[in-house]
Design a protein. Structure first.
Ligand SMILES: [Cu+2]
Length: 185
């Protein structure tokens, strides 16, 4: 996978969404986002809808966590807490949730809530701006493969891929500046 665009933004989430067929199985895993050194870690967190995320404060300072829905602009403040304390939140709606702290305006992270259990989160290499990914245990069927990046768009939109039984396939999506994203390679 190749990316053109801002060098410092290396985190991407690659998602396979089943075309038609049954609903994907519900989320079974938990995830966490720490507050450490006045930074949310990780900066980008991909989770399946229905996943509970634990927000643990590792700092001496108090931190607040509030969410800004990137699509609707809705906000939700889940509170302010001190060192060693964690608060859980379950994400029930797919979309990009910008995570912020009212006490430290420089703190920001992205929670990418997807419908599908078949996704992977990777960091692109800083110099080549390429990355490799593998999504395992995907049931046979047709899928839309899409790549999330906070500033870039996938060139040509989601790619349709067909997954066969016991078969591996290769896809090479390109993410690029929004204004070039419509052109298909
Ligand atoms: Cu904070």
């Amino acid at each position: 996978m190749r990316a053109d665009g801002p060098k410092n933004d290396l985190d991407v989430v690659v998602v396979l969404d089943r075309v038609g067929g049954a609903d994907p199985p519900p989320a079974t895993t938990k995830a966490s986002m720490d507050q450490r050194g006045l930074v949310f870690i990780p900066h980008v967190l991909g989770v399946q809808r229905g996943t509970t995320v634990t927000f643990l404060n590792n700092d001496n300072d108090e931190h607040n966590v509030y969410f800004l829905d990137d699509q609707t602009g809705d906000t939700l403040d889940i509170g302010t807490w001190g060192q060693g304390v964690s608060v859980d939140h379950t994400f029930e709606k797919a979309g990009t949730i910008i995570t912020l702290c009212k006490l430290h305006l420089e703190m920001a992270a992205y929670i990418v809530v997807v419908e599908s259990p078949w996704f992977v989160q990777i960091a692109l290499d800083a110099s080549s701006r390429q990355g490799e990914f593998a999504i395992e245990n995907v049931p046979p069927g047709e899928y839309e493969l899409s790549v999330w990046h906070k500033k870039l768009k996938q060139k040509g939109g989601p790619a349709i891929v067909s997954v066969g039984r016991g078969e591996s396939i290769e896809v090479n999506p390109i993410i690029t500046k929004s204004k070039y994203a419509k052109a298909v390679n």
